[in-house]
Ligand binder design. Structure first.
Ligand code: CO
Length: 504
């Protein structure tokens, strides 16, 4: 018993200090992307490289194996969801994974992801897939090697998916996403054929940056983002990061001639932030205080951005405030027209600009292609053609060139395979959680239309945030909604909103 207590204390101390070092790395990275002066770059890169090396050393420290062995028969493991069992299980999981990868493979992957991204910048600039191709071929080979080294039950892609969505299987995700696809393709097709067109010019009037910032902060604070525990700053590529239990940084970018980009971006990142700040502060750094998966993280951002932020109820509360903030742009605009404009559905080529409905088709295309690359059914050389074929089939649009097609995302050149589906999983979880919260709380629309967001946030904290990694994503969904993940809530959400707007 004494042995258990001592091993647990030592392991916890080690893990918490590793997290502290990680949070210092986050601060260095956040500063680099927000306020760092241009010429500080090279030294900053050295700082980050050194901290990363220290982190790797701590995560593969041989003492971890000793402590884990001492803890293997800890009585708390009888309840696999207890804090202690979660700590032991998740530290072991991470440690085993790190140790299964040969050092040479880790280094090659790190090197090729850097050179791959550099090649990608040039290939995209010159609209020349050939410049990326040899790097991508190497990266795909390395990712296959990684899958073999880590091991998998059914599909090599399982091993890669597991890095971002622990315990999810390719077969399950494939099933859910193909059901989603078979409903989405005709829905998007019906919208294309609709005579109704949203008055999107409303969103392209002049929206002064300072008013956008004030309004965005007002909305973020209203949904529960605590500005005493977080900040909003400006970056080119918006993100959310944390660097302590009470320190969450979100960022956005402003376009004076497009309302949606900053506003919904802020709601999205604030949603990520609410998940960061909603976990138990005293568990910070431990698996019990960590986010459980990228899909669950994305579900929290999408829920606030889409289920809440693009709803009629939300704008019943916020539209009068928006009119005060932007009298020139919105003074004479009707709420219904504004509502239709922010819910426009239009098949397009670029994923990051896609709307709520077509977005998932962009993801499904990438998910299908990357699986085929990993199992060897598709050669990298044939990727641009396969990409264009799927865009024609699912979205009815064909990229005029590879820069706006297969070269648009940084993920594959950065060696991120298995990452894309977490975006759609996030949308699916969001819809299923929101539907359940709506039932449990007796109708969210009336609460939201009065600007009352606290009950929904509390529901999310109680059902999801507070558990950290105590439950897997699938277990969280089952516990919160009493059903396995399904495509149906998202389809109901989209149809419910879009059918009246487009008169389907
Ligand atoms: Co996100």
């Amino acid at each position: 018993m004494a042995n258990h207590d001592q091993a647990l204390a030592q392991l916890s101390d080690h893990v918490r200090k590793t997290a502290m070092l990680e949070s210092i790395n986050s601060l260095l990275n956040w500063d680099e992307r927000t306020y760092m002066p241009e010429l500080a770059g090279p030294y900053r890169a050295e700082q980050i490289t050194w901290v990363s090396a220290m982190l790797h050393e701590r995560k593969t420290d041989a003492r971890l194996a000793d402590w884990l062995n001492d803890l293997a028969d800890h009585p708390a493991c009888a309840d696999p969801h207890s804090d202690i069992a979660t700590t032991i299980r998740e530290v072991r999981r991470e440690f085993d994974k790190q140790n299964k990868l040969p050092q040479r493979l880790v280094e090659e992957l790190a090197r090729y992801s850097v050179t791959g991204q550099q090649a990608w910048v040039e290939a995209r600039r010159d609209n020349d897939f050939g410049k990326l191709r040899p790097f991508l071929e190497k990266i795909v080979a390395l990712k296959r090697e990684q899958a073999e080294a880590v091991g998998y039950k059914q599909h090599p892609y399982d091993a890669l998916l597991d890095d971002y969505e622990p315990n999810a299987t390719t077969a399950e995700v494939k099933q859910t996403l193909s059901e989603l696809r078979s409903e989405l393709v005709p829905l998007v097709q019906a919208i294309r054929e609709s005579k109704q067109t949203p008055p999107v010019e409303i969103l392209h009037a002049l929206y002064p940056t300072s008013a956008q910032e004030e309004f965005g902060k007002q909305a973020a604070a209203a949904i529960g983002f605590d500005f005493h525990r977080g900040r909003l700053d400006v970056t080119h590529h918006p993100f959310c990061t944390e660097m302590g239990p009470h320190d969450c940084r979100i960022t956005t970018r402003y376009d004076e001639h497009f309302f949606s980009s900053a506003f919904f971006g802020i709601l999205h990142e604030a949603g990520h932030g609410l998940y960061e700040l909603g976990r138990r502060p005293e568990e910070y750094g431990m698996p019990t205080g960590q986010y459980v998966s990228l899909g669950i993280h994305e579900s929290q951002s999408r829920l606030w951005e889409n289920q809440v932020g693009r709803s009629q109820a939300f704008w019943q509360h916020f539209f009068p405030l928006a009119k005060q903030q932007f009298p020139a742009a919105l003074g004479k605009v009707k709420q219904d027209d504004f509502f239709f404009a922010i819910n426009e559905v239009k098949p397009s080529l670029i994923r990051v600009e896609a709307d709520e409905a077509t977005y998932n088709l962009h993801i499904i295309i990438r998910f299908e292609l990357e699986q085929a690359l990993i199992v060897g059914d598709l050669a990298v050389a044939d990727l641009p053609q396969a990409w264009n074929d799927k865009y024609r089939e699912y979205l009815g649009v064909v990229p005029p060139n590879d820069a706006d097609g297969v070269l648009q995302d940084i993920h594959w050149p950065a060696a991120l395979f298995g990452y894309f589906p977490t975006y759609s999983l996030g949308n699916l979880y969001a819809a299923q959680f929101f539907e359940q919260a709506d039932q449990d709380l007796g109708g969210l629309a009336s609460l939201i239309s009065r600007g009352e967001f606290a009950p929904l946030l509390k529901w999310l904290q109680d059902k999801i945030h507070r558990y950290g990694r105590c439950f897997s994503p699938a277990e969280l969904v089952e516990r919160a909604t009493a059903k396995p993940l399904s495509h149906e809530p998202l389809i109901r959400h989209l149809r419910g909103k879009l059918a009246p707007l487009y008169q389907l």
